[in-house]
Ligand binder design. Structure first.
Ligand code: HEM
Length: 441
């Protein structure tokens, strides 16, 4: 079989029903059509979108980790989508971590991993706990009359905005404005972007670039302990090799292919763009995880009871939420040369889309994959991707999830859904815009 096969009749229909934004909002979400698709066409060429959708765990992992695939980058942009190339948002995205490969990607990623290691995540933990407590106080106030309040508005969004703001060094007073701008810029993470998405993303990227450039100037004059200051120090160290690197830096689970040797230090515009990418990638995804985690536990009261009885299960429960309904449903790669995937040959330049959410429910990988079980063992999710682009903030997101769930279940023993949640309108991001809950229901 070659890469041009459209798969069995009906398969594309299943695909469409799985990815229609918000449409398959049944308890199974997009997962029922995706499971059927995995059975009949685990590699399905969608000719209209011209990409091959992969729904098996092993195929997705191989594509993300293997050397035969790359993300669409600046060359691809100029060749395939020249009409986008002059847009500030496109120029930013296709020169960012998520739009570069090989040495160019390594050059951007190495200073980040050097500046933000496990030690820094541990240092942020006390601040995350404090923010969780403050936001849950607000949630308690908002529901103290026995009525409902929107969990996402009060906790689900503000928590990751505060945490990523704290990480980067964004002052508290600026965070509300950041929330709005970040949402507009995050439209770039959608696989298909409308004119309206581009328009909003262009405007947000332009403002945020200026903001981060000013923040870096400020930190150059007065360094603090934040990521902006650490990246400036790192760029300085790269200009003067021999100065100590941050010890204990986190490397992606790819055997350390990213550890850069000699490299050209990043300029200030590149550092500003790096902060912007961390910001954009870091909060909508985590807000998605937090809302989904809470909603899933409330709709699986038996599992919530297990967690209340044994908080030691919390990290595993967060992993299970990531597996069962993770925030990022899919991600695209291009073949660098003709390559076989799941029995299909993908031609050089051919597009494949790893459906992470389907991979995480592959019965070949997980027994009883559709059951949500907080004590499931052996969970290794693809929700943060794999290989060179493995999520830079995975440890931080996991920390936020475990700390929030632990305190929420402890403080609100009678927490309950209190109205219809509203899903984010997105083909890729699994998240709630609105999640009404009552604390005394
Ligand atoms: C539950 C929350 C999160 C999820 C599900 C998530 C998911 C992902 C995924 C799937 C990728 C890889 C995309 C690809 O391979 O095409 C990724 C990359 C990335 N994530 Fe996250 N993410 C989360 C939270 C965060 C946070 C909190 C931060 C920042 C503090 C962050 C920063 C990044 C960055 C910078 C990249 C690009 C890495 C690279 O290309 O080298 N993410 N994330």
């Amino acid at each position: 079989m070659d890469g041009s096969s459209a798969g069995p009749a009906g398969a594309v229909g299943l695909l469409r029903s799985a990815f229609a934004p918000g449409a398959p909002d049944s308890p199974q979400g997009p997962y029922l059509p995706l499971a059927l698709l995995r059975e009949i066409a685990p590699v399905l060429h969608d000719e209209e979108l011209d990409t091959r959708f992969l729904t098996g765990f092993a195929d997705c992992q191989a594509v993300l980790s293997g050397p035969a695939f790359a993300v669409p980058d600046g060359d691809w942009l100029r060749r395939e989508r020249p009409e986008w190339a002059a847009r500030p948002a496109a120029e930013f995205f296709y020169a960012s971590l998520l739009g570069t490969n090989g040495a160019a990607h390594e050059r951007l990623r190495a200073p980040l991993t050097a500046a933000f290691g496990p030690r820094r995540v541990a240092e942020l933990s006390a601040g995350v706990e404090k923010t969780v407590e403050e936001l849950l106080d607000r949630f308690a106030d908002a529901t103290s009359d026995g009525g409902a309040a929107d969990f996402q508005e009060i906790v689900g969004y503000p928590l990751p905005v505060a945490v990523v703001g704290e990480l980067i060094g964004v002052p508290r007073a600026d965070r509300e404005r950041f929330h709005r701008l970040g949402r507009d810029a995050a439209r770039l993470l959608e696989p298909v972007r409308s004119d309206e998405d581009w328009h909003r993303a262009d405007a947000a990227v332009t403002v945020l670039r200026e903001y981060f450039a000013a923040l870096l100037r400020e930190r150059r004059a007065r360094p603090t302990g934040d990521l902006a200051s650490a990246l400036l120090a790192q760029a300085g160290a790269d200009r003067h090799p021999g100065v100590d690197r941050h010890p204990g830096a986190e490397s992606p689970p790819d055997g350390g292919r990213h550890r850069a040797g000699a490299r050209q230090p990043l300029g200030e515009g590149e550092l500003a763009d790096l902060l912007l990418l961390v910001f954009v990638a870091g909060f909508e995804t985590t807000a998605g995880l937090l809302g989904t985690a809470v909603h899933t536990l409330l709709t699986h009261p038996g599992q919530a009871a297990l967690l209340r009885a044994d908080p030691g299960l919390l990290p595993g429960a967060v992993e299970e939420v990531l597996r069962w309904d993770g925030p990022v449903l899919m991600t695209e790669r291009l073949a660098l040369r003709p390559v076989g995937v799941g029995g299909v040959t993908v031609p050089a330049g051919g597009s494949v889309t790893a459906v992470l959410g389907a991979a995480n429910r592959d019965p070949d990988r997980y027994p009883d994959p559709d059951a949500f079980l907080v004590h499931r063992t052996g969970v290794r999710v693809l929700s943060f991707g794999a290989g060179p682009h493995y999520c830079f903030g995975a440890a931080l997101a996991r920390l936020e999830g475990a700390l929030l769930l632990g305190r929420l279940l402890e403080r609100f023993p009678r927490l309950a859904p209190a109205g219809e949640p509203v899903r984010r309108s997105s083909a890729c991001l699994r998240s709630f815009d609105v999640l009404p809950l009552a604390a005394t229901g």
